[in-house]
Design a protein around this ligand. Structure first.
Ligand code: COS
Length: 388
């Protein structure tokens, strides 16, 4: 299940990618952000834009059609997009989440079969772990079953909160093959759009990231080839956890981008807006808020970039670093975006200004891909062990 180390981009190549992303975001993404939030529709045009500019498979090795980039480059790209539009940043981040089970646990044949279309953006990928009764306790009550029948498996059950589930062509689904075996009874499968017995259920109406569809997926006698099982039977839970180690930095990057975008807006506003004869940023009450916001953003960024380097190195303590980055960046996104609304006062509370959207978008980064409480659990277990 080893993942080949990515071909590192040199600093110059990464700088070129980031410059291109900044231009795309300024010209095409930022002007659409408010509308994407308002209409709550998946922005197919933005997905096409990212696909045309090779942003859908940054950490996928070149032999499978990806850019062969580092996780560090990938998180920086997600951050740049999220500065303007958190929903759009998820297009890139969830493409990574959805392909990672195949990259981490898939056979050579599966990588060749699925990864090139994901890397090019021709197909959208999603990751289906969560169920109605198993969120934080991902294993505890997993009801989705996969039953072997000859050279096929039959899937029955429901997944919920699946980001991009309604637009995905390829979904990596976790299901129980042996209910008596605990974490060793979970297996992972690729289910393709259009497979009989696989349908999209309810779409959630959400506070934020409204342009990113979050849906229920229903499997009812859904028969898939055994060749679509990722790894061996029983390896699914470990694959799911290894994926989260590499995908949580992507969500941390989204969170950091939201914080950085809100901070930029608050600084610009605090320089312009005059009260009591001078710009409000020069009043200590506001200036000190901005100072704290900036310090938090930079501290979170350092933690995130180190976590991304750990992903690139395949470091043994990657779980710890991924969780620390997700915890810090999520909390900074929430506090900085809330303070940005405060700096703008009444205008901050209006949807005519982007900071209220950023504050709504920030909240989910403290909840999904493991709540902040789960991150603390992972961190504390890394420090002192799990116990009984
Ligand atoms: N990498 C590899 N293996 C891992 C792992 C990791 N990061 N984390 C756990 N495992 C393995 C353990 O080693 C254990 O293996 P054995 O059965 O061989 O002993 C197995 O997985 C079960 O681990 P553990 O006992 O720690 O499982 P818990 O039920 O205590 O759950 C947490 C662990 C809470 C960390 C996990 O359920 C979790 O991350 N929950 C949140 C899920 C989540 O983020 N959901 C968001 C939606 S998905 S986008």
């Amino acid at each position: 299940m080893a993942v080949a180390p990515p071909q590192a981009h040199d600093a110059e190549e990464e700088a070129m990618i980031l410059q291109m992303v900044r231009e795309l975001v300024a010209e095409k993404v930022a002007p659409r952000a408010a509308e994407i939030d308002e209409t709550a529709e998946f922005p197919t045009d933005i997905k096409e834009l990212f696909a045309q500019n090779d942003l859908m498979g940054i950490p996928i090795p070149t032999e499978y059609g990806g850019l062969g980039g580092t996780f560090l480059t990938y998180v920086k790209v997600v951050e740049e997009i999220a500065k303007a539009c958190a929903s759009s940043s998820l297009i890139v981040a969830v493409q990574e989440l959805g392909m990672l089970p195949i990259l981490i646990g898939g056979s050579e044949e599966q990588k060749k079969r699925f990864l090139p279309d994901i890397a090019s953006g021709k197909k959208i990928a999603a990751y289906a772990l969560t169920e109605a009764s198993s969120g934080s306790d991902a294993l505890g009550s997993m009801h989705t079953r996969a039953t072997k029948r000859g050279d096929t498996y039959v899937l029955d059950g429901q997944k919920i909160w699946i980001t991009n589930g309604s637009v995905a062509d390829i979904v990596c689904v976790f299901a129980t093959t042996d209910p008596s075996a605990g974490s060793r009874g979970v297996s992972a499968f690729v289910v393709e759009k259009g497979t009989k017995g696989f349908t999209v259920g309810k779409k959630e109406k959400k506070m934020g990231i409204r342009g990113s569809p979050t849906v229920e997926l229903v499997f009812d006698g859904c028969e898939i080839p055994a060749a679509n099982r990722i790894g061996e039977e029983g390896e699914g839970f470990k694959i799911a956890m290894k994926v989260l180690d590499k995908s949580r930095p992507g969500i941390a990057a989204q969170a950091l981008g939201i914080a950085a975008g809100a901070l930029d807006y608050a600084i610009a506003y605090a320089k312009e807006r005059v009260a009591f004869g001078k710009p409000i940023g020069q009043h200590q009450g506001v200036g000190f808020m901005l100072a704290d916001m900036k310090t938090d953003v930079e501290a979170a960024r350092m933690l995130l970039y180190e976590a991304a380097r750990k992903c690139d190195q395949g470091a043994a303590d990657v779980s710890l670093w991924a969780s620390m980055a997700k915890l810090k960046c999520g909390d900074v996104a929430m506090s900085v975006s809330t303070d940005a609304v405060q700096v703008l006062g009444g205008f901050g509370y209006s949807s005519e200004y982007p900071v209220e959207r950023m504050m709504r978008d920030a909240k989910i980064t403290q909840i999904y891909e493991g709540t902040q409480q789960i991150q603390r659990l992972v961190i504390s277990r890394a420090l002192v062990g799990k116990g009984k």
